[in-house]
Structures are given as structure tokens and as C-alpha cells.
Design a protein. Structure first.
Length: 255
């Protein structure tokens, strides 16, 4: 019970969204998920900060990592981690054929300073010039930051800010979350950690939720429940999904 209480009191998380299978369509859906979580966060009064992003040629996200800050944010968002599968006609599809793509989401609690002990001598920090899609918007200064945590081999990058110091701060926040996750995984002697457990290998079959646009339906395969009005949900109206998971969670505790 103590672990649950601590989770419920986590007020800052790092959300990682990455394109999986499906090429550009997967990146565009990653952008849609980011927008959904951003709008939901706004409705909850949460703060948000982008830590790193990698934009695709069509304006989607190959990867976007951001922080959400608000009361009980982890307790509300923890079930969003996993493989999200989308079925729809891509904007790039001229024949009107429905495509299936996947995007992965990982939800990591942001550790407090007292929870991590990262020694500066264990870090290899390099800088490079940030660039946008197709080589556009290339920075003339080396503002992007890459950090290697030598003991674990974890590598993180940040290029979302024009300021090198700010990018370093963002990268350190991502690194701290991943190091804490790895440490907890080893302490519990788990085969896979929370993050890898959530994102799997991003294959189409490894889905925890399906967004079927032609049928106007979102289905979560873990609890066997569906919701309609997909447009509203993608615009941040996630309250019904959150309530369903809270009800499911309460039912599990009573067993």
C-alpha cells in the first residue's frame, strides 16, 4: 500500500512518445497523441514543458519527450504507457486505403533530487548543432546536448531550446528519470523495466489501445472497453477513459 500512496503523490512525470511502425503516418499520430495529452493537461490545470523533440518530414514527431506537472499526474496518466495502434486513412494515401500504424508511449515518474545520485564524473557530455526536418532551421551554434551516463550506457539528447544550458537541464531531467527506472528495475530483479514493459517492440500486434477512425471508436484491450466520439477524445476529452481505468483499478483492489 505504501508504494501505491507514493505513486498517487507523484506530481511530475516525463512522457515519451515515439513513432513505431507505419512510417510518416506513425509520426503524425505521435503528434496527435501529444496534442491530446497537452489539451487534457490544460483541462486539468497541469504545467507542461517540452524536453526534446525530433520532427519528421511531414511535421509529425519521430520522438517527443515532455514533462507534465500537476497534482496526482502520475496516478491519472500511468495507464497511458504502451503501444497505441491507429487505423485510419493517412493524408498521404491517395487510394483511400485504411492503414494500421503504431506509436509508443512511456510514462516515467520524474525523480526528486534526493532519489537520484548521478555523479558528474560519470557523464560524457557533447554538444552539436540542432536541426529541423529536412535540415531546415539549422542552428549556427552548438546548442543541442547529448549526455552519456557511462555506468548504465544510457544516452539522452535535447535540442528543443536554443540555449545550450537549457538543453542540458532538459537532458539531465530525462536522464534522471531513466536512471531511476533502471535502478528500481534492478532492485526488484525484474526482467524488463517499466518503460520497456510499456512500449514493447512497437509491433502492430503488441497494442494496448486501438484508435479506429473509420468506426469512430477507441478500444482499450486491457480492460475490454470502447469509447466513441474519437474526435473529442483526440482533442483532450479523456475524462471518460480516466474514469474507466479508475473503476477498473478499484475493482482489481477488491478482488
Amino acid at each position: 500500500m505504501a508504494e501505491e500512496t507514493n505513486q498517487n503523490e507523484i506530481n511530475s512525470i516525463i512522457v515519451e512518445i515515439r513513432a513505431g511502425t507505419g512510417g510518416e503516418e506513425s509520426g503524425l499520430f505521435a503528434r496527435d497523441l501529444f496534442r491530446m495529452y497537452s489539451k487534457f493537461g490544460q483541462s486539468q490545470g497541469w504545467g507542461q514543458k517540452v524536453l526534446n523533440s525530433n520532427i519528421s518530414e511531414l511535421g509529425g514527431f519521430k520522438e517527443i519527450i515532455f514533462e507534465l506537472i500537476g497534482k496526482n499526474v502520475f496516478d491519472i496518466m500511468k495507464y497511458e504507457g504502451g503501444v497505441h495502434r491507429v487505423q485510419r486513412i493517412p493524408k498521404t494515401e491517395k487510394s483511400g486505403r485504411i492503414h494500421t500504424s503504431t506509436t509508443t508511449v512511456a510514462i516515467l515518474p520524474k525523480p526528486k533530487k534526493t532519489e537520484t545520485n548521478i555523479n558528474p564524473v560519470d557523464l560524457k557530455i557533447t554538444t552539436y548543432k540542432a536541426s529541423g526536418p529536412g535540415g531546415q532551421y539549422v542552428n549556427k551554434t552548438e546548442s543541442a546536448v547529448r549526455i552519456l551516463h557511462i555506468p548504465t550506457g544510457i544516452v539522452v539528447t535535447s535540442q528543443s531550446e536554443r540555449n545550450q544550458m537549457q538543453n542540458k537541464e532538459n537532458a539531465m531531467a530525462i536522464l534522471a528519470a531513466r536512471v531511476l527506472e533502471k535502478t528500481e528495475k534492478e532492485q526488484k530483479s525484474q526482467i524488463t523495466g517499466v518503460r520497456k514493459e510499456q512500449i514493447g517492440w512497437a509491433k502492430r500486434a503488441e497494442k494496448m489501445r486501438t484508435y479506429n477512425f473509420p468506426q469512430d471508436r477507441i478500444t482499450d484491450h486491457r480492460i475490454g472497453k470502447s469509447w466513441h466520439d474519437i474526435e473529442s477524445i483526440m482533442n483532450g476529452k479523456m475524462d471518460g477513459i480516466v474514469r474507466s481505468f479508475k473503476k477498473f483499478e478499484q475493482g482489481q483492489k477488491q478482488k
